[in-house]
Write a protein that binds this ligand. Structure first.
Ligand code: UT7
Length: 323
């Protein structure tokens, strides 16, 4: 018998305000055509004034609990992937814990930027496999609109806000790749590339700072590293790329998504794509895509999924799971 971390619910939250590409034409030397053709992004959501990452995370968590038919009392742990926590500390996860009315269990943040949700899933899986927890809420939530330099056209048109969540539950499996749940994970980082994508503020500068990115450099690393990490995780799970029903990638750029699918030998009709509607929501992009993929009727119980992401660090990784 193998203890598996099985997804039993998914949910998401997107802030009300939708900003179309054309809105940026008023203040920046850019165009809907440039943004659409270079990134695949058409629109994104921005949080309302005063709306925080933990509030959005709580809404997504509530939706995931509802879809699982569980309550916050059933949750042992919260693992929240974010790089835009409300405050330097405490963690956004503990804020979610209190907003959900939980007075037991434990909660912590994982900070691996756009790879955050993959890292969070791997950590939650380890908590379940070790017997530390039976049910874990895994959330990705971001308010990147708060760290944009609105004068930098090469970054501010790319990102959006939002939150997604899944509820993992310990279930007994046989140990084969036919089991539902997380089958394999692969995590990587390489701090030599930290200058390619970073925020130029924090505790050291005593201000929040703004996102800085050498986009074309990150792009170059992305396709190669994403296909490699996906293959490693698939090998570890004992499945072939051909067995995959859905790639659920980090949603940064449609050209990266297409390039990775091609390198994996899989057609685009096996890829869940939400980048056009959400932009790059960093750690929130994969759980948003999972929840939207279920809502659209794409992802069904028993489907074999591979998720993959890369971002600041550089940090990257992949998770193979059977839904
Ligand atoms: O999620 C974390 C990981 N991040 C990513 O995966 C992002 C990876 N990178 C990308 O998605 C792409 O590199 C971008 C979408 C950021 C940029 O696309 P690109 O094809 O790599 O363009 P580029 O950076 O090489 O820039 C091409 C041109 C430049 O002009 P020149 O130097 O050729 O005259 C830029 O100044 O496009 C210009 N440009 C813009 N033009 C109009 C940059 N941003 C804009 C803009 N509107 N918003």
């Amino acid at each position: 018998m193998t203890r598996r971390a099985v997804v039993i619910g998914a949910g998401h939250y997107l802030p009300e305000r939708i900003v179309e590409n054309a809105e940026f034409e008023a203040t920046l030397d850019t165009s809907d055509e440039w943004i659409r053709s270079r990134s695949g992004i058409e629109r994104r959501h921005f949080a309302a004034e005063g709306e925080t990452t933990s509030q959005m995370a709580t809404r997504a968590a509530q939706a995931a609990l509802k879809s699982a038919g569980r309550t916050a009392d059933d949750v042992d742990a919260i693992v929240l992937a974010t790089s835009t926590a409300d405050l330097t500390f405490p963690s956004a996860a503990t804020m979610v814990q209190s907003q959900l009315g939980m007075t037991s269990g434990f909660a912590f943040d994982v900070q691996a930027v756009c790879a955050g949700f993959v890292y969070a899933l791997a950590n939650a899986n380890a908590l379940i496999a070790s017997g530390q927890a039976d049910r874990v809420l895994v959330i990705g939530a971001e308010t990147f609109s708060r760290i944009m330099d609105w004068t930098d056209r090469s970054t501010c048109v790319l990102f959006g806000d939002g939150a997604g969540a899944v509820l993992l539950e310990a279930q007994d499996g046989t140990g084969s790749s036919d089991d539902r749940g997380i089958l394999a994970t692969d995590l990587n980082s390489d701090g030599r590339y930290r200058d390619l994508l970073y925020v130029d503020g924090g505790v050291a500068t005593q201000n929040t700072g703004h996102l800085r990115m050498q986009g074309n450099q990150v792009f170059r690393h992305a396709v190669e590293k994403l296909a490699a990490t996906a293959h490693t995780a698939l090998d570890r799970a004992g499945v072939a790329a051909d067995d995959v029903d859905w790639i659920v990638p980090h949603q940064a750029n449609i050209r990266i998504i297409q390039g990775t699918a091609k390198k994996m030998g899989l057609p685009m009709d096996k890829v869940v794509v939400t980048v056009q509607d959400h932009g790059n929501t960093s750690a929130a992009s994969i759980p948003l895509a999972l929840s939207v993929g279920v809502e659209r009727g794409q992802i069904k119980p028993g489907d074999l999924l591979v998720t993959e992401a890369i971002g600041g660090g550089l940090a990257w990784g992949a998770v193979v799971l059977r839904w």
